[in-house]
Ligand binder design. Structure first.
Ligand SMILES: *Cc1c(COP(=O)(O)O)cnc(C)c1O
Length: 498
C-alpha cells in the first residue's frame, strides 16, 4: 500500500475503535421504563457514580462485533498451517448435533435422572478413546492439553506417594512443548532435559544415563514436535519402567497415528488427547479445548473425579472420592463434568468417520504433510532428513545471507493470505518453521501455499530484504512491537478525561 486513505479504512476493511471509545453517555440500544424507586438496603454503601458502561445503539454494537469478527482469521477463512496445533476443518455436522436442544440446553446441575443421555454420551466418547488408544481407563474432565498433562502428572505424583517414594526428577526431551516442563514444575517435580540426536529423536544413550531411583518418569511427545515418530519409544518405555518410573506421553500429535498405532502398545502410562486437535472440535484464540487423559492399569486408580460409571440403574456420575470402589482419585480438576460441548462434537466426528475414516484421516494428514515437505524442500532447508509424520519442519539455513529472518518471511506470508506456520518452535531447530497442513486441505490449497512460499523465498534470494523487513503491508496493523506487547501489556482502557 502506497497511500493512506482519509478514513484509515482499507477498502471495505474498516478501522475499528474500542467499544468504550465509541460509546456516548446516555445513548442506549434499549428503551426500558424507569425502575420503581426502592429503599436502599446498602446502608450508605451504594454506588453513586456511573458504572462506566459504554452507551451505544444496537447497530453500533452489531457493527462493532461484526467488524472484529472479520479481523479474526480462522480455519473457516483460510489455510492455517500452524504446526503442532492441528488446525483442521470442524465438520458442520458436529455443530449441528451440538446445537440440538436436548444437548445445548442441558444444565450441569440437573439431577442425574434427567441427564442419562448426556452421561451415556460421555461414556460413549470415553469408549471410543479407549478403543483407539487400547488403554483401560480415561479421565474425561481436563479442559485442555495442558490441563491433561497436569492431570497425568498429578496421577503419577499420587501413585508415587502411594508407593511411599519421593521420586521428583522428570525427564523431558529438549524438543518438548513448553507445557511439558511447565506442568512437571507445577507438580513439584524438577525437570531434567534429554538431548536430541542429529535426526531429531530422543538420544537413547543420554536418556538411559539419566535414569535413576529418583526419576518419577518421562514426558515424551510422540510423534514428537519435530514431526517425527520416536523410533525407540518401546525401548524408552521399558527402560523407564525398569527404573521404577512412569511414561507420560504428550498425545497432542495423535492425529498422525489414529487408527494405526495404539498408545497402549507403546507402553504408555498416561496420555492426553486434544479433542480440539485430533477430533476436530473448534479451537484457537483460547477457545474451549478438551484434553481427556487415558491411563494404564498402574495409574487408573488415581484418575480424578468425576467419572461416569454404568450401574444397573443407569449411568451414574461419581463425584466424590470416598465412593468406595477400590479407587483413590487424586481429587478434582475441573468444575462439573468437563467440556460437554466438545465431547458431543468429538463423538460426532468419530462416529461419522467410523474406524475406517479415522484411519484414513491420519494417513491423509501424513500424506499432505509429506507432499508439502517434498514441494518446499526444493528451496527450504529441512531440519531432519527423511519423511515426516503430520507436519514438516524446516530450519532457517535457506535464509542464510539473505538478510531475511524466519519472522520476516512469516510476516510476508500473511500478506499472501495465509496464517503463518509455527515459528521458532521446536527450540532445538534454529529459526524453525513448523508446517502442519492437516488432512482436510485440498491439494489445490497446499499448492497455492507452496507457490506463495517459494515465490517469497525467490524474492529473498534475489536480495530484496528491505521488502521483508516492512512486511506485512496489507494488514490493518503492520509490525507490532511484540516484545513490548508481551512485557508491558495495556489491558485496561482509561477514559481520556480520567
Ligand atoms: C497443543 C499442544 C499442547 C497443549 O495443548 P492445549 O490444549 O493447547 O493446552 C501440548 N503439547 C503439544 C505437543 C501440543 O501440540
Amino acid at each position: 500500500m502506497t497511500f493512506q486513505t482519509h478514513t484509515g479504512n482499507r477498502g471495505l476493511v474498516l478501522e475499528e475503535k474500542l467499544i468504550f471509545e465509541q460509546g456516548e453517555a446516555g445513548r442506549s440500544g434499549v428503551d426500558l421504563p424507569d425502575p420503581e424507586p426502592v429503599k436502599s438496603r446498602m446502608g450508605g454503601l451504594e454506588r453513586d457514580s456511573d458504572i462506566g458502561l459504554p452507551g451505544l445503539s444496537e447497530p453500533q454494537v452489531v457493527r462493532h462485533f461484526t467488524r472484529l469478527s472479520q479481523k479474526n482469521f480462522g480455519i473457516d477463512s483460510g489455510f492455517f498451517p500452524l504446526g503442532s496445533c492441528t488446525m483442521k476443518h470442524n465438520p458442520r455436522l458436529n455443530e449441528k448435533i451440538a446445537r440440538l436442544p436436548g444437548i445445548a440446553d442441558l444444565h450441569p446441575m440437573q439431577p442425574e435422572s434427567t441427564v442419562q443421555g448426556a452421561l451415556e454420551l460421555i461414556d460413549q466418547c470415553a469408549h471410543w478413546l479407549l478403543v483407539l488408544t487400547g488403554m483401560p481407563a480415561v479421565a474425561m474432565s481436563p479442559a485442555s492439553g495442558a490441563q491433561g498433562e497436569l492431570c497425568g502428572m498429578m496421577a503419577i505424583r499420587a501413585a508415587l506417594d502411594a508407593r511411599g517414594e519421593n521420586r521428583r526428577r522428570v525427564l523431558v526431551p529438549e524438543s518438548a512443548h513448553g507445557t511439558n516442563p511447565a506442568t512437571a514444575a507445577a507438580c513439584g517435580f524438577t525437570v531434567d532435559s534429554i538431548p536430541a540426536t542429529a535426526d531429531g529423536r530422543v538420544d537413547l544413550a543420554a536418556f538411559e544415563a539419566k535414569l535413576g531411583d529418583d526419576v518419577a518418569g518421562i514426558m515424551l511427545t510422540n510423534p514428537n514436535t519435530c514431526g517425527l515418530f520416536e523410533r525407540d519409544v518401546r525401548k524408552i518405555a521399558d527402560l523407564v519402567h525398569a527404573a521404577g518410573g512412569y511414561f507420560y506421553c504428550d498425545g497432542a500429535n495423535f492425529n498422525a497415528i489414529v487408527g494405526r498405532v495404539r498408545p497402549a502398545d507403546l507402553g504408555i502410562d498416561a496420555m492426553h488427547i486434544n479433542l480440539h486437535k485430533t477430533f476436530s472440535t473448534p479451537h484457537g484464540g483460547g477457545g474451549p479445548g478438551s484434553g481427556p487423559v487415558v491411563f494404564s492399569d498402574a495409574l487408573a486408580p488415581f484418575a480424578p473425579i468425576p467419572y461416569v460409571v454404568k450401574t444397573e440403574n443407569g449411568f451414574h456420575l461419581v463425584e466424590t472420592a470416598d465412593e468406595k470402589d477400590g479407587k483413590k482419585p487424586f481429587g478434582r480438576l475441573k468444575g462439573f463434568h468437563g467440556q460437554m460441548g466438545m465431547f458431543v462434537r468429538a463423538l460426532s466426528y468419530m462416529k461419522s468417520h467410523g474406524a475406517d475414516g479415522l484411519r484414513q484421516a491420519s494417513g491423509d494428514a501424513v500424506l499432505n504433510a509429506n507432499y508439502l515437505l517434498a514441494r518446499l524442500k526444493t528451496k527450504l532447508s529441512v531440519a531432519y532428513p527423511g519423511y515426516c509424520m503430520h507436519e514438516a519442519l524446516f530450519d532457517d539455513d535457506f535464509l542464510k545471507g539473505t538478510g531475511v529472518s524466519t519472522l520476516d518471511l512469516a510476516k510476508a506470508i500473511i500478506d499472501e493470505g495465509f496464517h503463518p506456520m509455527t515459528m521458532y518452535f521446536p527450540l532445538v531447530v534454529h529459526g524453525a518453521l513448523l508446517i502442519e497442513p492437516t488432512e482436510t486441505e485440498t491439494k489445490e490449497s497446499i499448492d497455492q501455499f507452496c507457490d506463495a512460499v517459494l515465490s517469497l523465498v525467490a524474492k529473498a534470494e534475489a536480495g530484496d530484504s528491505e521488502f521483508f523487513k516492512n512486511a506485512p503491508y496489507l494488514t490493518p496493523r503492520r509490525r507490532l512491537d511484540e516484545t513490548a506487547a508481551a512485557r508491558k501489556p495495556v489491558l485496561r482502557w482509561t477514559p481520556a478525561n480520567a
